[in-house]
Each structure stands twice: as structure tokens, then as C-alpha cells.
Design a protein. Structure first.
Length: 281
């Protein structure tokens, strides 16, 4: 079940060593332990690790590829880990915890990275980094459905799906739909593929990657792009200014030195300045 899902992905990704050193070890009477204070005075939940909560799978932002969790979000957080002189460790958790900040508050994770939209409601529970991606939604349909818009979907009374606890699901409800809820983006797309639903509202970058498969592109189509004004951000525990500032610094550097553009092209596709360069909020 979704609520019981919590898996540590060991060795998911490795940060580059040597940029900045983690603070020196401190000795204790019980044998000693490494300091949890990283470069820049950032306090970490685990010595030598930047522990990231995510929710898998969510390509191209994070998914398991060849036994490792990889993706756009993962690569960006690796830059933060590099800056702190530590390695990133990834913990797979239920998505609803990102809205409440539960695993941040309990000290299980330092930050959360899950292609998460910045909203006023979520800001009540967590602090967001500067936005790192402008996200649009897509209406993806089975070509045989004859649906060409949300209005068509409503008029034809087709079954529409969305990922549970996401802004895509919220948007569908706001438009008067009662969407079928799926646990993950993969489950949403599989529901469309297997005919459980005839249309879905889902983040467009996810659709882009999915339609690279020729069989999918032949059977399914983007009926509409929906600009909901969404921006993605990473989250930290309320009041964790040191880590939030470190994330913002790493993102700004990646934009200025071209690393962001390279990672965007690697994981998402041809560079889209409008999607890639949101203004800080």
C-alpha cells in the first residue's frame, strides 16, 4: 500500500568528492561519530550524507535506471551535495508526506525532491527553495477516444485519471471532473495504456518522455497543454535557512555556468528557456 511505502535506495547516486570538505569528526565517550555539520554550517540528519526524500517513479525527474535512482532532480541535488562536501542518499516515501513535511519534521530526511509544485498551502508546512522548473500540465488521451480538449472529455463523459495528491488531480477536480486516482505517474500512464481511463491530466515533462516510445506515440496523443502557472521547488524543514540557502546557491551556480542547461538537455530534452528559467519567488 502507498501509506506503508518507505524504501531507502542505497548507493542511488554519488556526489563528487573534494569540492568542499565535511566538518571534522568529533570524538565521544562511546567510540566517536562523525559530525553532522557540513560545509556552510548546514546541519544534516546523517553525517556525511544529504538525505533526500522522493517518490518513485517520476521520470524524467527521478526513477530507477540500471539499479540506480537517476533523473533531473537527482542530478540537481547532487550539485547541492557536492557543494556541502557530502554524498546524496535517497529515501523513497509516500507522496502525501511531501505536502505535510512529515519526514522532514521527523528528522528522516534533509530535503525533499519530487517534482513538487510550490503552493501557498504547502508553504504552511515546509520551506521551498527558489523555483527550478516551470511546469505545465498535459491532457493525454487515447487517440480512439476522439477527445480533443478538456471540454470534449467532459462532454463525452470519458473516464479521466490523475496522480493522487498532486496539482494535476486538484486541477481536474476544479474543472468539474471526478478523476480516477493513481498512486504514481507510472500508474497513471499504465491506466491509460490498459484502458482503465481514456484520458489523463499529468505533468507535461512526464508525457514528453513517455511519448518517445513509438508504440505510445502511435496510440496516444497530447490533446491540450494546460498552463497552470506551476513552478517546482525543493523543500526543507520550516526554518532550515542554512540548507535552503545552500540549495539556492547551487541552483544559481548551475544556471550561470551552464550545468543546468546540460542537465536539462540530458534528462528532459531540447532546452526550453521558458520552462527552464523561472524567476525566483
Amino acid at each position: 500500500m502507498l501509506h506503508g511505502r518507505r524504501t531507502r535506495i542505497l548507493g542511488a547516486t554519488t556526489a563528487t568528492a573534494g569540492l568542499l570538505l565535511v566538518a571534522a569528526c568529533t570524538s565521544t565517550d562511546d567510540g566517536g561519530s562523525a559530525s553532522r555539520t557540513a560545509a556552510g554550517g548546514v546541519e544534516l540528519v546523517k553525517a556525511g550524507k544529504l538525505t533526500t526524500c522522493t517518490h518513485l517513479p517520476y521520470p524524467p525527474f527521478q526513477s530507477e535506471i540500471d539499479g540506480k535512482v537517476q533523473g533531473f532532480d537527482v542530478s540537481l541535488v547532487d550539485l547541492v551535495a557536492d557543494q556541502l562536501g557530502v554524498k546524496q542518499d535517497i529515501l523513497d516515501t509516500p507522496f502525501e508526506n511531501f505536502k505535510t513535511g512529515a519526514f522532514l519534521n521527523s528528522g528522516e530526511c534533509d530535503l525533499a525532491a519530487a517534482g513538487m509544485t510550490i503552493t501557498a498551502e504547502r508553504k504552511k508546512n515546509v520551506d521551498f527553495s527558489d523555483p527550478y522548473f516551470n511546469a505545465t500540465q498535459a491532457l493525454l488521451v487515447d487517440r480512439k477516444s476522439g477527445v480533443g480538449s478538456l471540454a470534449d472529455a467532459k462532454a463525452k463523459k470519458v473516464k479521466l485519471g490523475a496522480q493522487a495528491q498532486t496539482t494535476g488531480e486538484d486541477y481536474a477536480k476544479e474543472q468539474g471532473f471526478d478523476p480516477v486516482s493513481f498512486e504514481s505517474s507510472d500508474a497513471v500512464l499504465n491506466g491509460l495504456r490498459t484502458g482503465q481511463v481514456q484520458a489523463v491530466v499529468i505533468d507535461y515533462p512526464v508525457v514528453q518522455g513517455w511519448l518517445k516510445d513509438k508504440a505510445n506515440a502511435k496510440a496516444f496523443d497530447v490533446a491540450a497543454n494546460i498552463d497552470t502557472g506551476e513552478q517546482y521547488g525543493f523543500t526543507v524543514k520550516k526554518g532550515n535557512k542554512a540548507l535552503r540557502d545552500a540549495i539556492d546557491k547551487a541552483l544559481a551556480k548551475a544556471r550561470s555556468d551552464g550545468t543546468y542547461k546540460k542537465l536539462y538537455e540530458r534528462w528532459i530534452g531540447p532546452y526550453d528557456a521558458a520552462a527552464a528559467s523561472p524567476a525566483a519567488s
